[in-house]
Design a protein. Structure first.
Length: 499
């Protein structure tokens, strides 16, 4: 019997001694999944233990389901704009149950695909809750209460993170939505209060607004996506405001009352603006639902890591070195639980690091590129240095920046909102960073990133013959534009221009 079938047959694991594997993986996320298929394909005996999801969070409750829902919301926005494209439609309705069903169908298809890959590679997927009993020894508890022990020549921990709930009076009692519950809604919230102006908060706020919810975003910072450059933050704020989303910034939540899904009230206290005004002023916000998206916390508490000799950082993440080795011999950690940037593509690269180090190579996490894309509409994508980071590091640069109105393909799509910009080293032609707030930003970014990986000068993109009309073709216009020069004194306000 193929061991992938053991998800429904835990009795086959009943043994007095631990079952031996070349590799045991705790947590079935994307990095774990690719690791299992790869090592198994190389002839290793591999077991993956996950308590709930085939493939972990990304294909089930996070990346892919959210983008599925977001795309449905984009279609809704196109229907509302139909007259702009010469198409007349009568009034329409949104069936959230059908939106959810489309998402569920996609997830089920992915689960089936993943299980087929497990069968084809010979890797074993075990549905149960795992914890350490001893160094490199894991106990799995199944839904029926039975247990089994697995021992690996090597063990990878990849249990991820979960939404963090701050200790705000009344918040837990209000039973707030996290992204998991928000993606399972079968009715449109009358008024959604979104706590947090980061990735999840901003994406979900726009999607729910497009479905028809009244939406209010509450964030403690003075800007949305506050770690981004000021022009990016303002572009996002303007986008959401134009779509009718209320935005409350510089506000701390004092108390929550009521119950999400029925009626909920949030008391906020303003921290004050840049001029020190409104400091301490309280305001009560009322809605039908509240979504909490204020950060993540690592899933480490129930793993009994101390029994394996695995230490944690002061923030509760697994302590690893640049090769992703933990403090315990033969135990590795990848993905978010290891404190890596919280992106699926980084967890996959973490796997590559571990794979190289287990197969005679040497690969580290330091110095790698970390691209990302925020899937608002238009998207926000970035790679390398931002202006804020360059200025903080005293790095001189040339800035190329053009509005998306200059992109001819964007004009054909009637999607000209936003801009693209690139930082180029002041005394060379090396690309330091790229940011796009634009339709197809994630795809445009990939072209620049590949150029950066290859060490190409910006002139290679400027002079390339790119297909017309495409969004990527806009890079020619970007790097042909007049750059502004920001020297090391830029942080003190010095700026000049150069061709």
């Amino acid at each position: 019997m193929n061991r992938t079938e053991t998800t429904s047959s835990p009795q086959v694991f009943k043994k007095s001694q631990p079952e031996e594997f070349d590799l045991v993986i705790l947590g079935g996320g994307t990095g774990s999944t690719v690791a299992a298929w790869t090592f198994a394909g190389e002839g290793k005996r591999v077991a993956v233990v996950d308590r709930k999801y085939i493939g972990g969070s990304c294909p089930n409750i996070a990346c892919l389901p959210s983008k599925n829902i977001i795309h449905s919301a984009k279609i809704a926005s196109y229907v509302r704009r139909s007259r702009e494209f010469g198409i007349t439609t009568d009034a329409f309705t949104i069936d959230m149950a059908a939106v959810r069903e489309r998402k569920r169908t996609m997830v089920q298809g992915l689960n089936d695909l993943y299980m087929e890959n497990y069968r084809n590679t010979g890797a074993e997927f075990i549905l149960g809750t795992g914890r350490f009993l001893a160094p490199r020894t894991v106990e799995v508890t199944f839904a029926n209460g039975t247990t089994s022990q697995l021992r690996g020549a090597n063990v990878i921990v990849s249990t991820g993170t979960r939404a963090a709930l701050e200790p705000i009076p009344g918040l837990v009692e209000a039973q707030p939505l996290t992204h998991i519950e928000a993606l399972e809604l079968d009715q449109i919230p009358e008024h959604l209060l979104v706590v947090g102006g980061g990735y999840v908060g901003v994406e979900m706020a726009q999607a729910m607004r497009r479905f028809g919810s009244k939406v209010t975003i509450i964030d403690r910072n003075p800007r949305l996506m506050s770690k981004e450059d000021p022009d990016v933050c303002e572009a996002l704020r303007s986008l959401l405001a134009d779509e009718g989303i209320d935005i409350v910034l510089g506000a701390r939540i004092k108390q929550v009352s009521g119950k999400s899904g029925d009626s909920v009230s949030v008391v906020v206290v303003h921290n004050g603006d840049q001029n020190g005004e409104h400091n301490g002023i309280e305001k009560i916000l009322k809605g039908s639902h509240v979504l909490v998206a204020t950060g993540r916390k690592p899933n480490t508490e129930a793993l009994s890591l101390e029994l394996a000799g695995v230490e944690l950082t002061d923030r509760g993440y697994i302590k690893v070195n640049e090769r992703l080795q933990t403090t315990a011999p033969g135990v590795w950690a990848i993905g978010e639980v290891a404190g890596s940037p919280q992106f699926t593509h980084i967890s996959i690269d973490d796997f590559r690091v571990v794979h190289a180090n287990l197969t005679g190579g040497h690969r580290v996490t330091t110095g790698r590129q970390v691209p990302y894309c925020l899937f608002t509409d238009p998207e926000l994508a970035r790679i390398g240095l931002s202006e804020t980071e360059a200025q903080a590091g005293g790095i001189a640069y040339r800035l190329f920046k053009v509005p998306m109105e200059t992109n001819l393909r964007a004009r054909t799509l009637s999607e000209t909102r936003g801009f693209v910009k690139a930082l180029v080293e002041a005394d060379s032609d090396r690309i330091l960073g790229f940011t796009a707030f634009a339709v197809g930003a994630g795809e445009i970014l990939a072209a620049v990133q590949i150029a950066m990986i290859a060490g190409l000068p910006f002139t290679a993109l400027r002079d390339a013959v790119l297909t017309h009309p495409t969004l990527v073709e806009g890079l020619t216009s970007l790097f042909s534009s007049r750059a502004s020069v920001h020297d090391v004194a830029e942080t003190r306000g010095t700026q000049t221009s150069a061709a």
